[in-house]
Design a protein around this ligand. Structure first.
Ligand code: SME
Length: 324
């Protein structure tokens, strides 16, 4: 039972908002958003059906791809706990925004991607989110952005599907769920600690522990000294001993720094100029930490298996570097 000790404790009823995400098979999308802090409910359903189709469609009807409906998840959230901007940002972490009518192995207009809003005030926030992703990819997105036309909740057997069937089909890679937890836990752990090296140390430890990578660490841009070549210097890390300094444009780290974008290396042997700190490292990803438009450090992660990292790791690790 809840007790109120003083009038100061009385909170006004907090507002609840909703947004609709179509991101391929709704089983995985609903499971993902139900794990987001600040989300109250993620309900699987069918949205944006053709006006010619009357009433609630069944899963089997939507499956025919003739109803116009897209598998869609209604996300109900508390705006004071999570912003629409953050939700849209997370949505773009779990879809391929360039793929038309296909996500993972699922193909058809029912698996198209889209964000549908019921509150017109959401439009400018969503437009900004679309523009950000489109600018990053340098291409227009294959994702719809429309006012919600209609939405019908899917049959009970489709609700919380992956809770009911933990080994059931999910088009999203399992690492997406690990990254979501890592990101949320790290944001809470870092809090408002002002020391950047401390934030890097905590981040390296949590990424290493949760993701079980071989080497996780930061190289920081060393203070520029006139007459000396610019270089990165080793920062907080977890894993075997590593080299101290890396020049601008040298190795994978120096390349990510120079080009100010993430570098994914499926096979370190094939990367010209790769600096081998351990012969056990087979693949690598390096993500720049950018502050006020300038690279201040890079996050370097090594794996003992080839081809460990892809664009999904890049998107999540870029979000994580945004916390540094
Ligand atoms: N392989 C990196 C050097 C750092 S170690 O991987 C820890 C590079 O080529 O920049």
């Amino acid at each position: 039972m809840c007790s109120v000790s003083s009038t100061k404790d009385i909170q006004p009823c907090s507002k609840v908002a909703e947004i609709y995400f179509a991101g391929g098979c709704f089983w995985g999308v609903a499971h993902f958003f139900s794990g987001v802090s600040g989300v109250l409910e993620a309900v699987s359903g069918y949205a944006q059906g053709s006006p010619a189709f009357e009433g609630r469609p069944s899963y089997e009807e939507v499956y025919t791809d003739t109803t116009g409906f897209a598998e869609t998840v209604r996300v109900t959230y508390r705006p004071e706990r999570i912003s629409l901007e953050t939700l849209a940002d997370l949505y773009f972490c779990i879809i391929d925004p360039l793929s038309l009518n296909r996500q993972g192995h699922d193909e058809g207009t029912r698996y198209r991607t889209g964000i549908y809003y019921s509150d017109p005030a959401d439009l400018p926030v969503l437009q900004a989110a679309f523009e950000k992703v489109s600018a990053r990819l340098g291409q227009p997105l294959a994702v719809e952005l429309e006012p919600l036309r209609n939405f019908f909740e899917a049959e009970e057997r489709h609700q919380d599907y992956l809770v009911k069937h933990p080994d059931g089909y999910c088009h999203l890679p399992s690492k997406v769920f690990k990254y979501l937890r890592l990101y949320q836990d790290l944001a809470a752990l870092l809090g408002d600690e002002p020391d950047t090296v401390a934030r890097m140390a905590e981040s390296a430890a949590l990424i290493y522990e949760r993701m079980k990578f071989f080497w996780v660490g930061f190289y920081r841009v060393a203070p520029a000294v006139a007459s000396e070549a610019r270089e990165l210097v080793l920062g907080p890390f977890q894993g075997p001993a590593a080299c101290f300094r890396i020049g601008l444009g040298r190795g994978v780290c120096g390349t990510a720094w120079k080009e100010a974008h993430t570098v994914v290396v499926p096979d370190v042997e094939a990367f010209p100029g790769h600096i081998a700190c351990s012969s056990l490292s087979k693949s690598e990803i390096v993500v720049p930490v950018i502050r006020n438009g300038a690279v201040t450090a890079v996050l370097d992660i090594d794996s003992t298996a080839p081809d460990t990292f892809d664009s999904s790791d890049a998107v999540w690790l870029e979000k994580i570097c945004g916390l540094i």
